[in-house]
Design a protein around this ligand. Structure first.
Ligand code: MG
Length: 170
């Protein structure tokens, strides 16, 4: 049987990932209203990835015969009124999610739950990529955001992002 604290943290992470999806859907909505459809596409796909993450935590608990309790998802509370601010919220949020994953990993390590540690390995790596992506977005916006033509090209580049299912299969 799984340690109570580890189970609770894994269960909470379902909610946190769904909140992430909701937050990125809000970002997508913001950029859509700005007319930046490529940015909107990029965050729409990001939202899909977060829903996938939620389902991986859900399925992991199910596969281990552990109870799942679904809780209310918070309203995205960020005021979105500036492109760069949105991107920086994104980076801050991913750093927060990294701290959550690290925290679950530490709890699993504490009780020698090697199975959960192995499950979380994928997320440890994934968070590294998420932070890199969020940083890259900020760098590109710093370089190109203030020039309309460059912003148009950046938007076109982001329009090309396509969804792919997570490489982790449970
Ligand atoms: Mg995630």
């Amino acid at each position: 049987m799984m340690d109570k604290k580890v189970r609770e943290l894994l269960n909470d992470q379902i909610n946190k990932e769904l909140y992430s999806a909701y937050l990125y859907l809000d970002f997508s909505n913001y950029f859509d209203e700005r007319g930046l459809d490529g940015f909107a596409n990029w965050y729409m796909i990001q939202a899909q990835e977060e829903r996938d993450h939620a389902m991986l935590f859900y399925q992991y608990l199910k596969n281990n015969n552990e109870k799942v309790e679904l809780k209310a998802i918070d309203k995205p509370d960020k005021v979105l009124d500036d492109d760069m601010k949105v991107l920086k919220f994104g980076l801050g949020h991913e750093e927060y999610v990294t701290s959550l994953i690290d925290n679950i990993y530490a709890a699993a390590f504490e009780v020698k739950d090697f199975r959960t540690m192995q499950f979380l390995d994928w997320f440890i790596k994934e968070q590294g990529e998420e932070e890199t992506n969020a940083n890259d977005m900020i760098t590109k916006m710093e370089l190109f955001g203030s020039d309309p033509k460059s912003l148009y090209m950046l938007n076109s580049e982001l329009a090309g992002r396509v969804y792919s299912a997570p490489s982790l299969v449970l």
